[in-house]
Write a protein that binds this ligand. Sequence first.
Ligand code: NAI
Ligand code: MG
Length: 484
Amino acid sequence: MLERISVQTHDLIIDGRRVPASTGRTFDTLNPANDAIIARVAEAGPEDIDAAVRSSRTAFEGAWGHTKASERGALMLKLADLIRRDEDELVQLEALDSGKTVSAIRRQDLPAVLDTLVYYAGMADKINGQVIPARTDALTYTVREPLGVVGAIIPWNFPLMIGMWKIAPALACGCTVVLKPAELTPLTALKIGELALEAGFPAGVLNVVPGFGKVAGQALVDHMDVDKITFTGSPGVGRQILHGATGNLKRVTLELGGKSANIIFPDGDIDTAIKAAASGIFFNTGQVCSAGSRILVHESIHDDVVQRLAARAKSIRLGDPLETATGMGPLVSEVQMNRVLNYIDIGRREGASIVTGGSRHGVAGCFVEPTVFAGVKHEMRISQEEIFGPVAVVIPFKDEEEAIRLANGTVYGLAAGVWTADIGRAHRFTRRLKAGTVWVNTYGPTDIRLPWGGARDSGFGREHGEAAIDNFTEPKVVWINIGR
Ligand code: NAI
Ligand code: MG
């Protein structure tokens, strides 16, 4: 299996075929656990993006546009079957390409991918308009029409899962998709594109075009025949996408970063809270948009929580993501590793103290020790900026007012958690926390049935649930004059 992957060059998937980039260019994708090149991938440029968009347009106006809604759902279920069949290969590829652990992919990502696909497959033939009796002299109703060609630009932290969050609702709605995976993790997106062809999706319904953000991503964003961009990634690129989308006034959904607060009161279940706080920041090596990266702890239990959190951090087993006993893999790339190490330095220089971790782990691969900072001040950069690595900052608070002020005091607004047994306090916090999701007495779970997204620099729009159907359709009003 590894042998086969290492010799392969992966072409783009455009219009039902595997094709090299029009320039003939390729790029390498690495395994961040050992820096080895695992595959060579065709690098899409503007010409390839244009070919992919034209193909998706043709499919939208043609074969896909003529496919019954129930048949779209059936094809999606077929794709789910093929994903189940090739689950082992998908798990391996995802782990090799991203450094995510096989155990987490199998436990979390893959089930979420299938749940997403099956959920939206079932929705494909339930996207209904409304009869709205506005007048007595007319029959007035709405139909929900698919937006058209969707450009999906996805990150490297959950390539399969976030990819499916975008592909599944778009296809259910009758849109066609040009999928641009992150340059660091293109392999599973290509595999999904192949499986979609095998399932029988018409050519052009799902084109997959790996390439670099500034070139392939930007070309997709700038393309005048793309109707919608759905993006997950950094706020900086989110802003660029908004600029690029002005050309033909594309619809845009942005799911960006966070600096989410996980707030622990003494009346909460402290054992569970500490466990959840650790996985809230260390899961996926901290590369999670909703990571609970700021742990706010009531001053009466602060020192105890810090010590126990540090003990948990120390006990995490770093190592080869392909081994099932590994608890934490590397960061996705050297760039990300250096970014995280740089933030740790910044924290040190700002005067925060490292309780555990704080260094690179080993000399090969992109591993950073699970790190806990205490003595952190709210204004410090490590408390305000998204680090996107295994770095927790712990900040004490005195009372509810202060906890709310700290929790809401960043540019982000994606998620938050609060631990308390006081039902009144729980509700006061769910009301006052500025976040797209507030967890009470848990941290981190998501479900495809529930809307997902944030405010401010965390982006706008909501994915998941029925909200995603609104993202990929628009109502059309039909007004039939019936006279009087
Ligand atoms: P990024 O935002 O550059 O990459 C995400 C995707 O956007 C990739 O597919 C990339 O190719 C594409 N992209 C980049 N520039 C583009 C452009 N001009 N036009 C269109 N597409 C473009 O993220 P990056 O640089 O890999 O990570 C930097 C930071 O972003 C992380 O440290 C983290 O803070 C944040 N991030 C947040 C994610 C989330 O889940 N919200 C996911 C990935 C990164
Ligand atoms: Mg890679």
